[in-house]
Design a protein around this ligand. Sequence first.
Ligand code: NDP
Ligand code: MG
Length: 384
Amino acid sequence: MKSVALLGATGSIGLQTIDVLRREPEAFELVAVSGGEQLSELAAIAREFRVARIGVISDQHREVLRDLVARDVEIVVGDDGLTSLSRDADIIVNAVLGFAGLPVTLSALSAGKRLALANKESLIAAAPLVDAVRSTPGATLLPIDSEHCAIHQCLASSSAQAGYPDVRRLLLTASGGPFRGWSHDQLRRATKEDALNHPTWSMGAKITIDSSTLMNKGLEVLEASALFGVGVDRVDVVVHPQSIVHSMVEYVDGSVLAQLSRPDMRLPIAYCLGLPERLDHAWGELDFTRALELTFEPPDLDAFPALTLAYEAARLGGAAPAWLSAANEVAVAAFLADRIAWHEIVGVVARVMDGYLPDPLRTLEDLVENDALARHRAHGIVGL
Ligand code: NDP
Ligand code: MG
């Protein structure tokens, strides 16, 4: 039996993790959870699994939750709370949204835990700091993000030397989002409803908007580079609208290995929980008795400039990826709050990146300052 701490339990990945855990009561014990605003949902999860500890974001949230759970449940608050929960179990699932997930990523790895990481923003912003704690004895970083989970599986046939010299490139697949094939004119009229209508995946609002701008894929290029230790010049993006091939690895002999399944995040979640074993649930089973069409095309870099911005941030290195991700969080929040139009989201990020002040990013304090500065600039642009 392995113990699990699930941070961000009330979100899209959090609830899908709950679904996996519910089916595997003999293999996993949920001991700690955290959430944001949805306190009654958080309390329901805590009661169902009889968790010992819960993390909330403020003292006010603690007061409300106190009346919803058993007296002997410990409630911890804020970043310190997340940090302590991230040292509390054999497996830490980081399903928190955005930069707020940073304490989970850093403390789980520095405590030598298995980190099942959905929260790509923390890894992208803090890549050099994550690298430093990843070598802690016992620490393992496994990606829940479906593309990176696919690559993790496809790399099993690599000799796995540092930098993967037998791999030519990693090929991240992208559905292309709801606006694939739209003209500039159509994109200028894109509504929130259009942008939230993802063709193949059901996800939280922020990542759904990121998928519509292709910023999600840009962030995933940075995520792949940080996870697997290969430069972004060896990470390419291929649009694959069916979301069946979750990503691919091209070896130096021209062989391309791919991982296929129906799009269902419970598969990568279960993979990260179960490794080295596979949990026996056919989350992603494909039906090959029916015709199945898989198509691939290059991304439209002109209509979706977010991808280019992400490659540029990678080449700048240092704190540039942290700026990109922070500015994007602010721009997406402004779009979701009806402050800016869809076609302005990436423009806000580009303007913030134009003012990037090179910083090598050596310490956590550097990172927090850079994140705050990028957010401040982005807030100035969106007027929030
Ligand atoms: P959701 O918005 O659905 O859920 C986010 C979770 O984080 C919720 O539990 C939320 O609490 C909590 N949360 C939000 N803000 C804070 C904060 N400031 N402090 C502490 N907790 C907070 O997001 P998703 O589940 O879609 O995404 C989570 C992460 O996983 C993101 O990094 C995303 O990029 C990544 N990911 C998601 C995929 C998906 O399919 N959804 C696929 C691949 C990656 P509450 O709801 O109670 O307010
Ligand atoms: Mg993904």
